[in-house]
Design a protein around this ligand. Structure first.
Ligand code: VAH
Length: 313
């Protein structure tokens, strides 16, 4: 990778990934793009352009003009928003991906595609979820994720596109707030704990989900994209996880730092139904075996680092 384009660059993953890529590859070689304007350090630290991934010619123009050879395609609507706007989510998540894959085919670019635990459904084994198993997601977001995995596989086998991807769990960042996801509680809770020492959680206390701290998520994406292609059997949809916890367990870990912190549960039926359709804990042995995946942050280390790094504005 020499000239990189990041779509969805102002989002929860994109904003931190862009900075990490710029640190690794040089700011002038990492082009950030998003439908909405850049905030804070994203724009001053390197090139930024407004880009709607539903506009195929605009993607082609950015890639052609800047000799892009790798695209990290993060532009998408997340699970809860996608349930409220399913047609728009299909358009952005699927037509946007198809446009990016067509550009990769024409310009011989490598592609990173973020899949998700959402690509699994209620029939999927929920504990120790295998790398290869039944995938019948019941959410629009999950349908776009499993379809995206298959579309990336097709472009690899049919056109030779070097597409690679990860099934991310819920992601927790100290730098960027999430937008419209079901796992957002695991970020919101930290701001509430610091601001008011209380959090009203929109998921049930016992809702166990896979999670990962953003530094691990960024390292996993870059590590996968620089791995030996010949070793990648599963290339477009590696299960990766770092920890699996419930809101109750996360609250207890925060209370070790903020003893007066309290939590209540005011369940949002939409996001609870989404969370209930996802697995509890994935098996990520394929990622470990094929490209050496290894998380660095567990629950205790993540909570300690989050409380140290979060700044209340
Ligand atoms: C969401 N944060 O909640 C995303 C993610 C596994 C969850 O895909 O929609």
């Amino acid at each position: 990778m020499e000239k990189i384009l990041v779509t969805g660059a102002t989002g929860q993953v994109g904003s931190e990934l862009t900075i990490a890529l710029r640190n690794n590859y040089g700011p002038e070689n990492v082009f950030a793009a998003d439908k909405r304007p850049a905030l804070n350090e994203l724009s001053p630290s390197g090139p930024f352009c407004l880009l709607d991934v539903r506009d195929a010619s605009a993607i082609n123009q950015v890639v052609d003009a800047n000799n892009i050879d790798a695209i990290f395609h993060l532009a998408a609507l997340l699970s809860a928003v996608a349930e409220q706007k399913p047609q728009q989510a299909w358009d952005v998540n699927m037509n946007g991906l198809l446009n990016v894959l067509e550009t990769c085919r024409a310009h011989r670019c490598a592609l990173f595609f973020p899949s998700s635990i959402a690509a699994f459904g209620p029939e999927t084994p929920s504990m120790n979820t295998p790398q290869d198993t039944i995938q019948r997601p019941s959410t629009l977001y999950g349908i776009t994720k499993v379809s995206g995995e298959l579309l990336c596989d097709y472009y690899h086998h049919r056109f030779g596109v070097d597409a690679r991807g990860l099934r991310y769990p819920g992601l927790i960042s100290s730098k960027t707030l999430p937008g419209g996801g079901t796992t957002d509680y695991a970020v919101d809770i930290f701001y509430a704990a610091l601001k008011s020492q209380h959090y009203d959680c929109f998921l049930r206390a016992d809702t166990q989900l896979d999670m990962m701290y953003m530094p691990d998520a960024i390292d996993a994406a870059i590590h996968l994209m620089t791995a030996d292609s010949k070793q990648l059997k599963h290339r477009n949809a590696f299960n990766v996880t770092a920890m699996s916890f419930t809101p109750q367990q996360l609250a207890a870990e925060i209370q070790k730092h903020i003893p007066e912190f309290t939590i209540a549960y005011i369940v949002d039926p939409l996001r609870q139904a989404i969370a209930d359709s996802w697995p509890r804990h994935m098996n990520d042995s394929a990622a470990k075996a094929e490209w050496g995946w290894q998380a660095q942050f567990d629950l205790s280390a993540m909570v300690t680092d989050m409380l140290k790094k979060i700044t209340l504005t």
